[in-house]
Design a protein around this ligand. Structure first.
Ligand code: PMP
Ligand code: GLN
Length: 407
């Protein structure tokens, strides 16, 4: 009661906050993680592993913080990490990168994305985006004065509609955002799609912000192919990686930006005023991690694809329509075979509170009305947790007489 009165008072005297950000609610990841915690549910919503990444990398961070220095590192990142990022680009993708002029370290890929949008977009510029998409893109693009031009991928195929993509470009296009492997649907863009995007970028003299945080989570013998490595793309692409995803340490928030000097310069202007620098001990540890040999990166993909298969089998047995996932942490499921009476958001709330397993609704990744009967499950969890989640869902839905609606 007291708190309510305080809220009313605050509302009455406060001048309006920023209208763009005020138009958005709390991010779905926070909402579902809180709901899962409150309900005591297994959290297969927000994407984070339930086992911390390699101990040797964590020890490096601990040692670096004891040995120091722990003061502001250089604005663009500690030299050892910038050099490790350049080497990683060469070893994994054959990209020849100048660590001094073409690499920047950020506080997570999230900051890197904001730096790109704030640093490159002029008010009125158009930005081509491919839905479903990660929820940080559009608010920051709007904050920078950009105008989103959305191209929709639809389940279950998620194929890139060529005509719609072409139509989204105009003389005002400044950027395209490409997230491959793609969150939330696990799509990995194929060579023909990357070539189409490259042609359009050249035709319209535009750039690509390439969100490649899941670069080492590509499955079934495929390997990640950065757009930047394709002909004509070296000077047009900004490649973004994340230590959080590559080393299963999502709380660290260490991001990697690689771009030609002409692009990196304006992006670094945003970085210098937003965060300026990133924890030096985590940077040293990330540098050590990037130097691991290929078996580490292949092992990560193998481990995660086994988890994908495990959860897919469990969810299929529980009655879900499981879609393929070529990469990322995520499986998309069609819930319509379960006969639930409600949309994907209702469904996620329902399974969190009633079956004690949380997921994220696919519609949250669309700006307008998205598909309403698909949900995303995160599979980077211990095997026993995945098994228990699938068992709970199976029990829950087996206990309900179909086709009677579940309320
Ligand atoms: N891009 C995508 C597609 C993501 O899923 C995430 C999730 N964490 C990020 C960027 C942000 O990465 P970071 O945690 O390094 O900020
Ligand atoms: N990328 C994570 C996901 O998709 C969430 C990151 C976040 O919560 N900001 O679940």
């Amino acid at each position: 009661m007291h708190r309510d009165r305080w809220l009313c008072y605050t509302k009455a005297v406060m001048k309006p906050a920023n209208s763009i950000l005020s138009g958005y609610g709390t991010t779905i990841f926070e909402v579902m993680s809180k709901l899962a915690a409150d309900a005591g549910a297994i959290n297969l919503g927000q994407g984070f592993p339930d086992v911390d990444g390699p101990e040797d990398i964590r020890r490096k961070a601990a040692e670096a913080s004891i040995d120091g220095p722990n003061q502001y590192p250089r604005m663009l990142g500690v030299p050892e990490l910038r050099s490790a990022i350049a080497t990683h680009n060469r070893v994994h993708y054959g990209l020849d990168i100048d660590a001094e002029r073409e690499v920047m370290v950020t506080s997570g890929a999230t900051e890197a994305l904001a730096d790109c949008f704030l640093g490159l977009i002029e008010p009125g510029d158009e930005v081509v985006l491919i839905e479903p998409l990660f929820d940080t893109y559009i608010p920051i693009i709007r904050m920078a004065g950009g105008i989103p031009k959305l191209v929709r991928l639809e389940p279950p195929e998620w194929s890139l509609p060529k005509a719609a993509l072409e139509a989204a470009f105009s003389p005002k296009t400044k950027l395209l955002v490409l997230n491959s492997p793609q969150n939330p649907n696990g799509k990995v863009f194929d060579d023909a799609e990357l070539d189409l995007i490259a042609r359009l970028l050249i035709k319209h003299d535009a750039y690509a912000v390439c969100d490649e945080v899941y670069e080492h989570l590509v499955f079934d013998g495929r390997r990640h192919r950065p757009l930047m490595a394709r002909p004509g793309m070296r000077e047009r692409c900004i490649r973004i990686g994340s230590a959080g995803k590559t080393f299963s340490l999502t709380g660290w928030k260490v991001g990697f930006v690689t771009a030609a000097p002409g692009l990196l310069g304006p992006i670094a202007k945003a970085h210098q005023y937003l965060t300026f620098s990133t924890a030096p001990n985590l940077q040293s540890a990330a540098a050590y991690g990037l130097g691991k040999d290929r078996s580490y990166f292949d092992g990560l993909a193998a481990e995660m694809s086994a988890k994908r298969d495990r959860l897919a089998a469990g969810l299929a047995a529980a009655g879900f329509g499981v879609l393929p996932a070529a990469g990322t942490y995520f499986l998309t499921c069609d819930v319509s075979p379960l006969g639930f009476n409600g949309d994907d958001t209702d469904f996620c709330r329902h399974i969190t509170t009633e079956a004690k397993v949380a997921a994220v609704p696919m519609s949250a990744f669309y700006e307008g009305k998205g598909p309403d009967h698909y949900v995303r499950f995160c599979f980077c969890k211990k095997d026993e947790v995945l098994d228990e989640a699938a068992a709970r869902l199976k029990r829950h839905f087996a206990g309900i007489l179909r086709p009677s609606p579940i309320t």
